[in-house]
Ligand binder design. Structure first.
Ligand code: MG
Ligand code: MG
Length: 252
């Protein structure tokens, strides 16, 4: 069941979104060789707590950390660890969620440890995944249909020859981190629920340099590409508005 948000609820989600955006900014400066993913988690936790918010992921189905940190062939749900030391050129996907007055916001970015892409493929992967998210967001407006969003992601992936992660996707968001509808990152346009004001969704393309098969590591969380190819992930929380859309997790 899709739960539309009132103007008051949207205000809370807007605040949650700003906190998530701020946490990302606080962490990105620290994505440097020699840092551990646990270091990044600690920075995010401190920022979210300072804002008086609550991390969305901590305790979610038993998850023990504030953020997800997924390196190179890890797609999503990597568990921050003091043993995971970043190396120059690592592809680092970071996923953040925060709750403000009972409402979640959810956003992810992929960057390179040290700031420089290690090779042209990595650069192309990250740029294409970011563009896939931007193109998908452009589809979000009253009168559109939900499957327009995933179709926009698929178009970019196909044009770039990238693998689309199919088992995971975007989702409605509100009082729960994951609400209906599920939003696959592929499929034909013009299907599914109408996009109407009050709908709030998290859109999150996950694209691979290689194949589409995934598997989950023995830790029960970390999802990796089966062929070991690198993967990128971008996500925003977006509200459908009367005029079009509002990206609640936008950063400057
Ligand atoms: Mg997320
Ligand atoms: Mg999400």
């Amino acid at each position: 069941m899709i739960i539309r948000k009132s103007a008051q609820e949207l205000d809370k989600m807007r605040r949650a979104g700003r906190i998530v955006a701020g946490a990302i900014d606080a962490v990105l400066a620290r994505v440097q060789p020699g840092k551990t993913t646990e270091d990044l988690d600690r920075v995010a936790a401190a920022y979210i707590n300072e804002q008086g918010a609550t991390p969305s992921f901590l305790g979610y189905r038993g998850f023990t950390k504030t953020i997800c940190a997924s390196i190179n062939d890890e797609i999503v749900h990597g568990i921050p660890s003091s043993r995971r030391v970043l190396v120059e050129g690592d592809l680092v996907s970071l996923d953040f969620g925060a709750i403000w007055e009972g409402f979640h916001a959810d956003s992810a970015v992929t960057v390179f440890a040290g700031g420089q892409a290690p090779d042209a493929d990595a650069e192309r992967l990250v740029q294409a995944t970011q563009r896939a998210l931007a193109d998908a967001i452009e589809q979000i407006r009253p009168g559109g249909r939900l499957s327009d969003v995933g179709h926009a992601v698929e178009r970019v992936a196909v044009a770039e020859g990238l693998g689309i992660v199919r088992e995971y996707g975007g989702h409605g968001i509100g009082r729960a981190l994951h609400e209906d509808p599920f939003i696959p990152n592929f499929g034909p346009a013009g299907r599914g629920p109408d996009l109407r004001p009050g709908l709030v969704i998290a859109v999150e393309p996950m694209l691979n340099l290689g194949g589409e098969e995934t598997r989950t590591l023995a830790d029960g969380w970390t999802v990796v590409t089966d062929d070991g190819s690198r993967s990128a992930h971008f996500e925003h929380t977006i509200a459908v508005t009367d005029e079009g859309h509002e990206v609640l997790t936008a950063r400057d």
